[in-house]
Write a protein that binds this ligand. Structure first.
Ligand code: SAM
Ligand code: GLN
Length: 293
């Protein structure tokens, strides 16, 4: 059994090995990576500096303080909530427990949105991102499409505070405006592009989520009624009145939902054309798009 609290100084090499073993013993798959990310966060350096300073010693006091972070990870708290930051697109975004930790898969909707804007040749596009959370999608689009005006909404005031802070950090606060409300509530005007990564976890799937997700990430960001389709029904129905002629609706979807959501968009066939599903890099359906006539 490994000692919980070391009784002597240890080198960075030893502390990484010991921390990896503790995290592995708790069943955490990414143990070695997490140990390195948390230690570099604690020492305020990047991971490569850890390797350069492998034989440096950490004092008992430092080890005691670092141990507090490890105890949080041992209870399955996600690394991003412990460090307060997460890489997404070209940003390191601030995150806390009021927002979903942005997922790499969500970069697909950003890629698609940039693609449809470029191929439509929109100038000064008006973009709306519903349920913006940390601001991930909205800020990436504002950065990549420099003449775009972006509106980002969320029903959570606390989430919007995080998104606004991220917008200020990246100097995008003049191009992104934030609105508190339920879906299109308080939103005026029409848009060339509407994006959303809405909650899409249904009741049965919610029970099976990893405890790092279920016990730490906001239920409000994940839970989407019995079927998981609640938000798609409303978004698909309400968005067409908010799209300009030839404007696009792009939605992130759960891997098993594409047929149902495709049908929902087909029901609104008078409103949506060119409906297509794009897979993520694991080959799973991830984004659906449709264009207003
Ligand atoms: N867009 C972020 C991302 O991709 O990382 C966050 C997506 S998270 C899955 C869904 C977001 O929708 C959460 O921030 C949640 O607060 C917000 N939300 C939930 N219900 C909403 C509603 N009725 N209207 C607007 N936003 C809502
Ligand atoms: N992709 C998220 C997960 O892994 C779910 C996000 C959502 O509901 N939009 O849990």
């Amino acid at each position: 059994m490994l000692p919980e609290k070391p009784s002597k100084n240890m080198t960075i090499r030893e502390i990484i090995r010991r921390t990896t073993q503790r995290l592995e013993a708790a069943g955490i798959d990414s143990a070695r990576l997490d140990a390195e990310v948390l230690l570099s966060f604690f020492l305020n350096c990047d991971r490569t500096q850890l390797f350069k300073n492998y034989e440096e010693q950490m004092t008992r006091d430092q080890l005691g303080a670092f141990d507090k972070l490890i105890v949080r990870r041992l209870s399955f708290e996600p690394v991003a909530y412990i460090t307060g930051r997460k890489e997404f697109w070209s940003f390191t975004l601030e995150v806390n427990r009021d927002v979903l930790i942005p997922r790499p898969d969500t970069e697909i909707i950003v890629e698609e949105a940039i693609g449809v804007c470029r191929s439509a040749g929109c100038s000064r596009p008006q973009i709306l991102d519903i349920g913006t959370g940390s601001g991930a999608i909205a800020l990436a689009l504002a950065r990549e499409i420099p003449d775009a005006r972006v509106t980002a909404t969320d029903v959570s005031a606390a989430a919007l505070e995080v998104a606004k802070s991220n917008a200020r950090t990246f100097g995008l606060e003049d191009r992104v405006s934030f609105i508190l409300g339920d879906l299109f509530e308080n939103v005026s005007g029409t848009f060339d592009l509407i994006t959303s990564n809405p909650p899409y976890i249904g009741a049965a799937e919610y029970d099976t989520l990893a405890s790092g997700v279920k016990d730490f990430e906001p239920r409000l960001a994940l839970w989407a009624g019995e079927t998981g389709l609640e938000f798609y029904e409303k978004l698909i129905y309400q968005a067409h009145g908010r799209l300009r002629e030839k404007g696009w609706l792009l939605l992130e979807i759960g891997a098993k939902q594409h047929e149902m959501i495709h049908s929902l968009m087909m029901v609104h066939n008078d409103s949506y054309r060119d409906i297509a599903v794009r897979a993520d890099y694991a080959g799973l359906p991830r984004v659906i798009r449709g264009r207003r006539e």
